[in-house]
Design a binder for this molecule. Structure first.
Ligand code: GDP
Ligand code: MN
Length: 377
């Protein structure tokens, strides 16, 4: 999933003719001050943290300013702030517009309907989750004809627009739909879409690009900022490694067994923290590399659940033992192993020699991983 920061989303909007406030992205308070002083961004202005999380308005990450000095201090207050686990490195400075009304508008992918869906509400400017369902209108879009004239008129009606603003909405909806399709988005959201005099202006932009279309969009390759630093290293090494919130590390092979192992740990009250899918590796060095990444994520316990096929049990055991020797004693964690399949006996012997016993029962192994993680926390 590639989530674009607001200013990048707005650059995309601009390409498709969606009206926006005048503004500029900046990375320092100095830069903000000179953008305002030079008149490139008119006063009064808004300074907005460029983070991926929403709720910036309520969270103090959007500030208004009436002078270049105020814009500068607003930027200093926001830059470097930690907002919902993200450090603010960029701000967007924009002209502050007089808002008459705020709407919500988005095109999203409805997985249950298997269709794109146009969502509109006259209650904008707040998180859509908090809007009364009766105030939200959802219209599925047939992707072949795309948005129809009827759907656009219906949206104008929902938002209470007629005349010039309704005509502006018509053009804006065409732009929104083109962003969704041409950019391979899975979500394009404007919240708030503001009525400013007789015009409509997108005050916020949220664009999420579909992962499977990434190959068509090399321009987004540099901004996949949803990966953790360890996940980034893993990707470079072509290791399937995912970090979650829990404290138990899972090493398994194949997506099916890996997912099932996460489920079983949950079932017994555990919370998986990182998982590694060894896939069809037959190289103990690869296993060692993967395991060392796992160690850096500092799990409280690790559950190794391997079904040996192409990935032989002894390969995994050798890779694991080599890695364990490289982890300093202070960073070690208990390992629960369950290895079955190809070269099972050899694998079990190698592990036993290194002090790790393998238990053939999935239930008992999972329970003991959960207990060990609880003990260590
Ligand atoms: P979010 O809270 O993270 O979704 O950030 P938004 O970009 O939606 O901004 C939060 C709020 O700031 C909006 O709902 C507006 O009420 C306000 N805001 C943003 N830009 C302007 C502007 O140009 N003029 C005015 N008056 N308010 C603005
Ligand atoms: Mn918003």
């Amino acid at each position: 999933m590639v989530k674009l920061a607001e200013w990048r989303g707005k650059e995309v909007f601009r390409k498709y003719g969606i009206p926006l406030p005048r503004g500029h992205v900046a990375r320092s308070a100095n830069e903000v001050e000179s953008l305002v002083r030079s008149g490139e961004v008119p006063l009064p202005c808004v300074v907005k943290a460029q983070v991926l999380a929403g709720g910036r308005g309520k969270g103090g990450a959007v500030k208004f300013a009436n002078s270049p000095e105020e814009a500068r201090s607003a930027a200093s207050a926001i830059l470097g702030l930690s907002f919902k686990d993200e450090t603010v490195k960029e701000v967007l400075v924009e002209e502050k517009l007089p808002i008459a009304k705020e709407f919500y508008l988005s095109v999203a992918l409805d997985r249950a309907l298997r269709l794109p869906i146009l969502i509109a509400s006259a209650q904008g400017g707040v998180e859509i989750e908090s809007v009364d369902d009766a105030q939200i209108v959802r219209q599925p879009i047939d992707p072949f004809p795309g948005l129809t004239g009827y759907q656009k008129r219906r949206t104008a009606e929902v938002l209470g627009l007629s005349g010039d603003p309704a005509r502006a909405l018509d053009r804006l909806l065409d732009g929104l739909w083109r962003v969704f399709t041409a950019e391979d988005a899975e979500l394009v959201e404007i919240n708030p879409l503001a009525v400013v005099r007789d015009a409509l202006v997108a005050l916020d932009a949220k664009v999420v690009i579909e992962d499977d279309a990434a190959f068509r969009h090399p321009e987004y390759a540099e901004i996949r900022d949803d990966r953790t630093p360890l996940e980034e290293i893993a990707r470079e090494k072509e290791i399937a490694f995912v970090q979650l919130d829990g404290n138990i590390g899972v090493i398994a092979n194949g997506a099916g067994l890996t997912m099932a192992t996460l489920d079983v740990l949950k079932e017994f009250g555990g919370s998986p923290g990182v998982f590694l899918d060894l896939g069809g590796t037959d190289d103990p060095k690869k296993v060692t590399e993967a395991f060392l990444l796992m160690a850096q994520a500092r799990p409280k316990a690790v559950f190794l659940n391997i079904f040996g096929g192409v990935t032989r049990c002894d390969t995994v055991a050798n890779g694991l033992v080599a890695a364990m020797q490289q982890v300093p004693p202070s960073d070690r964690f208990p390992i629960v192993a369950r290895i079955r399949g190809n070269n099972e006996k050899e694998g079990i012997d190698i592990l036993r020699a290194a002090g790790v016993t393998s238990n053939p029962s999935l239930k008992e192994s999972a329970q003991s991983a959960v207990a060990l993680a609880k003990e260590a926390s």
